[in-house]
Design a binder for this molecule. Sequence first.
Ligand code: FPP
Length: 251
Amino acid sequence: MTALAAPTSAPDPGQGLGKTGIPRHVAIIMDGNGRWAHARALPRIAGHKQGVEAVRRVARAARDIGIDVLTLYAFSSENWRRPAEEVGDLMGLLRLFLKNEVDDLIRENVRLRVIGDYRALSDDLVRMIDTAIVRTADNSGPRLVIALNYGAQAEIAAAARHLAREVEQGSRAADTIDEAAIEGALATRDLPPLDLLIRTSGEQRLSNFLLWQAAYAELAFVDTLWPDFDEATLRGAVADFGRRQRRFGGL
Ligand code: FPP
C-alpha cells in the first residue's frame, strides 16, 4: 500500500496556544440581548445597549487574561432581515461605540480590525471604521476584531473567487489550491488560528460565523445572556478550554 503524504497544511497540535494554555484567539457569538431586555419588559434596544457594555467589559477582560485576539460577531450578513428600526438602532450603537471607544483602544494599545463586508454600511460608518483601523494600526497589543455584515459562506466564496481570478490571470496553477491557499485568502489570514469559539444564551449553532476557522476550534455554549457576560464567565470558558484535550485529528 502506498503511504499517503501528510498534507503540508495540516494543523499543528498546540498551534495558536500560548505556553500557558490560554487560547490565543477567542471568538464570541454574542447572543441573547433581546431576551435580556424581554425578561425586564424593556425594548430590545435596551438589551443591545447593555450588550455594548458587555463588549467593553469583555474586551478588557480578554486583554487581562492574555488573549491575543478577540473576534466578536456584532452584525451578520443575515441581520439585515431584522426590522429596519432595530438595524438602525444597532448601527447607531456601533456609531457611538466607534465615537467613544477608539481613544481608549489607542490608550490600551489595542489594534482594531473588522471582518465582513463593512463597506456596505452607511458612508459615515465606513469612514469611522476606516479611521479607527488606521488610528489603531500601529498598536502592538491585543487585537479586537469586529465582524460586521459578516457571513462565513460569503467569506469562503470571496476567497474562491480571489483564487479563481489568480488562476485566470495565470499567476497560479489550479493544483496549488489547497487548504493553506484558501486560508490565505480569507479575511482572517493574518490572525492566529481560532482556538475557542463561545456562543452565549444557550443556543447551540454557529450561525454562519467563522465556519472554516472553526474546523479545529473548541466550542463552548454558555447559558449566560450576552448582556450578563463578564470577566468571570470568560475566565470560566478559558479554564474549561484549558482542560480540553485537543487532538487535531491525531491520537
Ligand atoms: C444578538 O442578540 C445580538 C446581536 C444581533 C447584536 C450584537 C450587537 C451588540 C452587542 C451591540 C453592538 C456591538 C458593538 C461592537 C458596538 P439578539 O438580539 O439576537 O438576542 P435574542 O436572540 O435574545 O433576541
